[in-house]
Design a protein around this ligand. Structure first.
Ligand SMILES: Nc1ncnc2c1ncn2[C@@H]1O[C@H](COP(=O)(O)OP(=O)(O)OP(=O)(O)O)[C@@H](O)[C@H]1O
Ligand SMILES: O=C(O)[C@H](O)COP(=O)(O)O
Length: 411
C-alpha cells in the first residue's frame, strides 16, 4: 500500500486529491453528538492541504436510500470539519453534479471542499458492478489522485471505497495506516486471556464474526441487541426485543461449539427493559424494568444489560490480558439504558493485570457508536489502548476477510 507520505513526496501541490473519509457521525437533528470520526481524518486532510493539494473530501452518512434525504445531509459536518482544520470548508450540495463541479473548480491550492452524502446516489452502494462503475467514473472525473482514509467503511464494496481507487493513482491515509497497524496486533499471537465483548444493533452484520472468534478468543461476552437471539436460542422468551430469528440455528451451533472447545460464552443474567423504544431526542425518565432473562414479559423490549450482568461482565474482564470490544451494551443514548455500556468501559479502564504492578491489559474499542459512547459517557479516550473508528470494519478485519477498501489500495 502506498503511504500518504510517498504520495506527498511525489508531489500533490496544485493537484485535486479525493479523500474518502468515514464521517458517519452520530447526529441529534443537525447537532453532532460525537465528532471522533471527523477528528480522526483531520491529520490526513491537513497534510494534503499543507502540501498544496486541492482536497475534495467525501463520505456517507447513515443509510439513505440512494436519493437526497435532508436528514442525512453532510452540511453540519462541513462546518465542524472547518472548525477543526481552522479553515473554511466549501460544501457542495451534490456529489457529482453542478454544485460539486463548481465547488471543485473554485478550489485553490491548499483549500478543502466537502461533497454531499455519497449515498444520495444509487450507484454508490449498488450491487451491480456496471452501475457502481459508472458512478465511480463520475467521481474520478472530479479528481487526479485518491486517498483512502475511511477505515469505518473499508468493509463495504461501494463505488467510492472500491471502484474509485482503481481509476486514480491512490494511497492510504494516516488513519487507515494506524488502524491497520493496531488491529494487526490482535490477529497475531495475543496475550491471554483474550476476551471479546460484542453488542450493538447491527446484529446481522456482526454475528458472523463469532464463527472466527471461537477459534481465537478465550471468552466471548454478548450484550446489546445481539443478546436476544442468543437468549431465544437458549429457549428464553424475549418479548419485543431485537431478534434475528433466521440466525437462531447458527447461534445454537456457536453455543454448542463453544462448549466443546472450552470457549466461555458469557450472556447477561438480567436485562433492563421497557414497553417501547425510548425517545432519544427527549430523554425523559422511562421507568425501566429490571428482569431476569428467564422472565422477560411478552410486551417489553430489552434495552440494556441489567445490574447483575454488569457485575458478571466486569468480573470476566478483570483478569483479561487482551480485550476487544465492539458494540454498546444497550441504548446508551438514553440515560436509563447507559449503565451496561458504562460498566464495560469502566471495567476496561480498571484492568491492570494481576499481580499488582503487572502490565496493563491491551484494550481496543471498535465502532463508530461504541467509540462515541465511551466519549459521550465521559471516559478519557487515552485510558484505552486504542479506539478504532471501525465497527463492522474492525470485526471483518479481525476475521481475516479481504476488505474491499483495503484491497483496492493495495494494487
Ligand atoms: N438492546 C438494544 N436494542 C436496540 N438497540 C440497541 C440495543 N443495544 C444497543 N443498541 C443500539 O446499538 C447502536 C450501536 O450499534 P452498532 O452495531 O451500530 O455499533 P458500532 O459497531 O459501535 O457502530 P458502527 O457499526 O456504526 O461502527 C446504538 O445506537 C444503541 O442504541
Ligand atoms: O458506521 C459504520 O460502521 C460505517 O460508517 C459503515 O456504515 P454502514 O454500516 O452503514 O455501511
Amino acid at each position: 500500500m502506498k503511504t500518504i507520505d510517498e504520495l506527498v513526496d511525489e508531489g500533490v501541490g496544485g493537484k485535486r486529491v479525493f479523500v474518502r473519509a468515514d464521517l458517519n457521525v452520530p447526529l441529534s437533528g443537525t447537532t453532532i453528538t460525537d465528532d471522533g470520526r471527523i477528528r480522526a481524518v483531520v491529520p490526513t486532510i491537513a497534510k494534503l492541504a499543507e502540501a498544496g493539494a486541492k482536497v475534495i473530501v467525501a463520505s456517507h452518512l447513515g443509510r439513505p436510500k440512494g436519493a437526497p434525504d435532508p436528514q442525512f445531509s453532510l452540511a453540519p459536518i462541513a462546518a465542524r470539519l472547518g472548525e477543526l482544520l481552522g479553515t473554511q470548508v466549501a460544501f457542495a450540495t451534490d456529489t457529482v453534479g453542478e454544485s460539486a463541479r463548481a465547488t471543485v473548480d473554485s478550489l485553490t491550492d491548499g483549500s478543502v471542499a466537502l461533497l454531499e452524502n455519497l449515498r444520495f446516489n444509487p450507484g454508490e452502494t449498488s450491487k451491480d458492478d456496471a452501475e457502481r462503475g459508472a458512478f465511480a467514473d463520475q467521481l474520478a472525473a472530479l479528481a487526479e489522485l485518491y486517498v483512502g482514509d475511511g477505515f469505518g467503511a473499508v468493509h463495504r464494496k461501494h463505488a467510492s471505497v472500491y471502484d474509485l481507487p482503481a481509476r486514480l493513482p491512490h494511497a492510504a491515509g494516516l488513519l487507515i495506516a494506524t488502524e491497520v497497524a493496531v488491529l494487526r496486533k490482535l490477529t497475531d499471537e495475543v496475550s491471554r486471556p483474550y476476551a471479546v465483548v460484542l453488542g450493538g444493533a447491527k446484529v446481522s452484520d456482526k454475528l458472523g464474526v463469532i464463527d472466527h472468534l471461537l477459534e481465537r478468543a478465550d471468552r466471548i461476552l454478548i450484550g446489546g441487541g445481539m443478546v436476544y437471539t442468543f437468549l431465544k436460542a437458549q429457549g428464553h422468551e424475549v418479548g419485543n426485543s431485537l431478534l434475528q430469528e433466521d440466525q437462531i440455528p447458527a447461534v445454537t451451533e456457536y453455543l454448542e461449539r463453544a462448549k466443546a472447545k472450552g470457549v466461555e460464552f458469557v450472556l447477561p443474567v438480567d436485562v433492563v427493559a421497557a414497553p417501547s423504544f425510548p425517545d432519544l431526542k427527549n430523554p425523559v425518565d422511562t421507568n425501566p424494568l429490571v428482569v431476569g432473562v428467564d422472565a422477560i414479559p411478552a410486551d417489553v423490549l430489552g434495552l440494556d444489560i441489567g445490574p447483575e450482568s454488569r457485575k458478571l461482565f466486569a468480573s470476566k474482564l478483570a483478569d483479561a490480558a487482551t480485550v476487544f470490544w465492539n458494540g454498546p451494551m444497550g441504548v446508551f443514548e438514553h440515560p436509563d439504558y447507559a449503565e451496561g455500556t458504562r460498566a464495560i468501559a469502566q471495567a476496561l479502564i480498571d484492568s491492570p493485570l494481576p499481580p499488582a504492578g503487572g502490565p496493563p491489559a491491551f484494550t481496543v474499542v471498535g465502532g463508530g457508536d461504541s467509540a462515541a459512547a465511551v466519549r459521550i459517557l465521559g471516559f478519557d479516550e487515552n485510558a484505552f489502548g486504542h479506539i478504532s473508528t471501525g465497527g463492522g470494519a474492525s470485526l471483518e478485519y479481525l476475521e481475516g476477510k479481504t476488505l474491499p477498501g483495503l484491497a483496492a489500495l493495495e494494487d
